[in-house]
Design a protein around this ligand. Structure first.
Ligand code: PEP
Ligand code: MN
Length: 265
């Protein structure tokens, strides 16, 4: 298998422009759940940068459970995201839900294509991103086993794109007290089984801002190569996932703790 360590014994470093993911340094991807307005993204980019994040995230096409919920700013969202990141030279990460939007993603120069949980087994979508060389963050499916997740990565790799980053974002479990259960065990397991970088998304796992620091530090201690954290300049006013968003100040405090844990482990 192309994603297995047997095939490629050394850790793969996925380069996102000047940022190496999977090397010695921990990378933090931060930004709001949804791109909302140019002003919101300018504040989000400034906050993420000042907090020590190296990539900016923001969803322009949102996979919402309800069709009546905000669906994303679509093309304008890509524009606001890229425009906000440019002054800082930050690469951008955003979710692709439909192969028909690939040309738009390339036109705006999206640096990392996120395949969300709900599309982890959208095999046509996986094959299409496999035909690009753009790095892909492949999030774990809602209830996907590690084997299913790795076979989804294989769909991308088999088309020729090995720039794949696996993101553990919590799985459905029997426990309703928090949004999802962060599978910390998956991190060392994947680091052993594959050569691909592994990151964690503590925001969609915990579903509450107060839980994000603990889950982040656990993921780093377990060997994660980075974190994807939702951060909003004004969480109370966020158009989606506000309850799990950190403020830029909270993110700044967390990235210091992350650096300390990374140093110690
Ligand atoms: C997101 O990153 O905003 C998102 C929708 O994540 P997930 O696919 O993990 O639910
Ligand atoms: Mn979200």
């Amino acid at each position: 298998k192309l994603a297995s360590r047997e095939f490629h014994p050394d850790n793969r470093v996925v380069s996102v422009r000047h940022i190496p993911i999977g090397g010695d340094a921990i990378q933090v991807i931060a930004g709001p759940c949804s791109v909302e307005t140019p002003e919101q993204m300018i504040a989000a980019a400034a906050g993420a940068m000042a907090a020590g994040a190296s990539l900016l995230r923001g969803g322009a096409f949102k996979p919402r459970t309800s069709p009546y919920s905000f669906q994303g700013m679509e093309e304008n969202g890509l524009k606001y995201l890229v425009d906000a990141a440019r002054p800082y030279g930050m690469p951008v990460v955003t979710e692709l839900m439909d192969p028909r939007d690939i040309d738009l993603f390339l036109k705006y120069g999206v640096d990392v294509i996120q395949i969300g949980t709900r599309n982890m087994q959208n095999f046509r979508l996986l094959k299409e991103v496999g035909q690009l060389q753009v790095p892909v963050i492949l999030k774990r499916g809602l209830s996907a086993t590690i084997k299913e997740w790795l076979m989804a990565a294989e769909y991308i790799a088999a088309q020729g794109n090995l720039n794949i980053i696996l993101a553990e974002r919590g799985v459905r479990s029997f426990e309703p007290a928090y949004r999802n259960m962060l599978d910390v065990s998956a991190i060392p397991y994947l680091k052993r089984e594959t050569h691909l970088p592994v990151i964690a998304d503590p925001s969609h796992a915990g579903g509450a801002a107060w839980m994000v620091p603990a889950l982040s530090l656990a993921a780093i201690a377990a060997g994660a190569d980075g974190l994807m954290i939702e951060c909003h300049p004004n969480p109370a006013q966020a158009w989606s996932d506000g309850e799990q968003a950190l403020t830029p100040q909270e993110l700044h405090a967390l990235t210091r703790q992350v650096a300390a844990v990374a140093q110690a482990s």
